[in-house]
Design a protein around this ligand. Structure first.
Ligand code: ADP
Length: 228
């Protein structure tokens, strides 16, 4: 196997099949792709084309049915949940379309969640810094219901970056936001990318397809049909 220091994500012939009773759904079919450290990539395709499935596999939230997934040159394709959780916590920040915040916790409490099992020294300071970085320094003690959609997504981003992951994966992060808020959220991703974070954004929002020159990977019926 070739060892490439800058290759952070390598999928080799990855398929994901869901079985629902007698029905077999091929959500991802024979997907191969490589992503270098520091890239910013858009993953596009219509609803049902497999974007979430791909993001979940890349984010170690799910394992492929077949094929190989090398994350930082380590094969994570068939790891058990415990090991996957550790790798995810150390390397990946995941951002969801519906934010997935816990309603009873404040913004600060939500951002603290990924740090609960780690070294707790400085954790509060780090969380406040993460919230400041996404422009929410004045909202640390607000609960999700006291925040706008755009602010809730910023909390989701602060939670994703608080462990300083090498990779940020965002699955339709602006699906519930209007276009000016979408641009702001995209601007945050660009800032993290500029300091070296690898960023993958799944979207069907044209605003987020990005500036000319950005790499776009397109899915259709679970297959990669275009990779610029
Ligand atoms: P997208 O994110 O592009 O909308 P998805 O990855 O969510 O696409 O879905 C791809 C296909 O897999 C769809 O046909 C969807 O219905 C199916 N699918 C996704 N998740 C599951 C699941 N947990 N169980 C069964 N089928 C699923």
């Amino acid at each position: 196997m070739n060892y490439d220091r800058d290759l952070i994500i390598a999928l080799e012939h990855v398929s994901k099949i869901y079985e629902m009773g007698n029905v077999i759904v091929p959500a991802l079919t024979d997907a191969s792709l490589s992503i270098q450290s520091g890239e910013m990539v858009s993953i596009v395709g219509p609803s049902g084309s497999g974007k979430s499935t791909l993001m979940n596999v890349l984010g170690c939230l799910d394992v492929p049915t077949s094929g190989k997934y090398l994350l930082s040159n380590e094969d994570v394709s068939q790891m058990n949940d415990n090991r996957l959780a550790k790798i995810r916590n150390a390397q990946i920040g995941f951002i969801f379309q519906t934010y997935n915040l816990l309603p009873r916790l404040t913004a600060l409490g939500n951002v603290e969640l990924p740090l609960l099992y780690g070294d707790s020294r400085d954790s509060k300071i780090r969380c406040v810094q993460a919230l400041e970085r996404v422009g929410l320094g004045e909202r640390v003690n607000h609960r999700p219901s006291e925040l706008s959609g755009g602010e809730q997504q910023r909390v989701g981003i602060a939670r994703a970056v608080v462990n300083r992951p090498a990779i940020l994966l965002a699955d339709e992060p602006t699906g519930n936001l209007d276009s000016s808020l979408s641009r702001e959220i995209l601007g945050l991703f660009e800032q993290f990318n500029q300091v070296g974070v690898t960023v993958l954004v799944a979207t069907h929002d044209n605003e987020l397809l990005g500036s000319a020159g950005r790499r776009v990977i397109e899915l259709r019926n679970g297959e990669v049909i275009r990779d610029t």
